[in-house]
Design a binder for this molecule. Structure first.
Ligand code: NQM
Length: 360
């Protein structure tokens, strides 16, 4: 009987998410073969992902594939893959700014980038969108140090800061060309600063916007209205039929309760995020800053240039976001930056469930 084949893998927490990180060279090159392997690695489809690395939630069923970049503007390429939990689906249609936090450290650990003597900055091309990011993190003595005193909401304890800076994204900040649209009868703002997101006043859907994720997920009337809004907004945003897609995300907005700029609850798009994504927060922040968006009258904005504090179910996320308003062709993001943390959980060999046909 042949021995099961293992794959070199590092499990990392990136921001408030967790995923399996691979070198592209350690995975099959053919997409369909790679995706089928990743489903077996994560233990999908199965609501508990009991036989794989997945954590039974979209936020813990993620994969980062990293390789040296062929683009002179970047050190490494990062392809993000969302592995569905209870469906046999792997999607490259969205990006993930939380797993992005682990990409720089992973690239140093695997020797793709030489570490600096006190800190390292890694230029990352995000393959899913073609956008760029730069991650800076401590590497005392030329090794990644994950320990530190930076705390982020949604993660117990503290760790070393990973500072992520995004130059202006390439796509259209307002994918519909409008600052407000009507989707399935509700006024929304569709914005994309790295993550296609539909901003919706919570009040318009008869919720307060501070309910916990479980209550929102089990509110059938709300989820079916959101489904209609998402399908309509997907068409307006040029994404076509988004029935089976993980984008756009839907963010309910309501007034801040803890001194921040706004309260958010984000559907990603079926489960409710236990905090908020990085690029999700970048898109929300840009939407808040946009004159005439549905956030007007809800959000309390700090001065231009100051950090925005976005409240979410497990605390808040602070993000720097500034936009140029009066430009021909619409508003453009000038700069987005955020602090995350990341941690190596294990480094080794993962043994995927053998292909259907039985155990060895
Ligand atoms: O928006 C979850 C996460 C994300 C995405 C999702 C993310 C981002 O928190 O950049 O990180 O929106 O599906 O991992």
């Amino acid at each position: 009987m042949s021995r099961p084949a293992g794959v070199r893998c590092m499990l990392m927490r990136g921001g408030t998410s967790k995923g399996a990180y691979f070198l592209a060279d350690d995975l099959p090159t053919e997409e369909s073969v790679r995706d089928e392997l990743l489903l077996r690695v994560m233990g999908s489809p199965d609501p508990r992902q009991i036989d794989g690395l997945g954590g039974a939630h979209p936020l813990t069923s993620k994969v980062a594939v990293v390789s040296p970049s062929t683009d002179p503007e970047a050190d490494v390429d990062y392809l993000f893959l969302q592995v569905a939990v209870d469906e046999a689906e792997v999607s490259n249609r969205q990006n993930c700014g939380n797993l992005l936090a682990g990409v720089g450290p992973f690239a140093v650990e695997r020797g793709l980038v030489r570490a600096g003597s006190s800190e390292s900055s890694v230029r990352i091309r995000m393959v899913n969108s073609g956008d760029f990011a730069m991650a800076t993190f401590p590497t005392p003595d030329g090794r990644v140090d994950y320990s530190g005193d930076t705390e982020i909401s949604g993660v117990p304890g503290s760790a070393a800061a990973v500072v992520i800076e995004f130059p202006p994204q390439r796509g259209k900040l307002l994918p519909t060309g409008n600052v407000r649209d009507t989707a399935a009868g509700i006024e929304v703002t569709c914005v994309d600063n790295g993550m296609p997101t539909v901003l919706i006043p919570a009040e318009a859907l008869k919720v307060t916007g501070q309910e916990n994720p479980e209550d929102l997920e089990s509110n059938r009337e709300l989820t079916s209205r959101l489904h209609e809004i998402r399908l309509a907004a997907g068409q307006l945003m040029g994404l076509g039929d988004v029935t089976g897609a993980t984008v756009p995300k839907l963010t309910l907005l309501s007034p801040p309760r803890h001194g921040g700029a706004v309260t958010t609850r984000t559907f990603i798009p079926t489960r409710v995020h236990t905090s908020i994504g990085v690029l999700g927060a970048a898109s929300v922040a840009a939407g808040l800053r946009m004159q005439g968006s549905v956030a007007q009258g809800i959000a309390v904005l700090p001065e231009e240039g100051d950090r925005l504090r976005i409240e979410h179910p497990s605390g808040f996320t602070e993000i720097e976001s500034s936009i140029d308003h009066a430009l021909e062709g619409g508003p453009r993001v000038r700069r987005t930056a955020i602090v995350r943390t990341a941690r190596k959980i294990f480094d080794g060999t993962v043994f995927p469930v053998p292909p259907t046909g039985g155990r060895s």
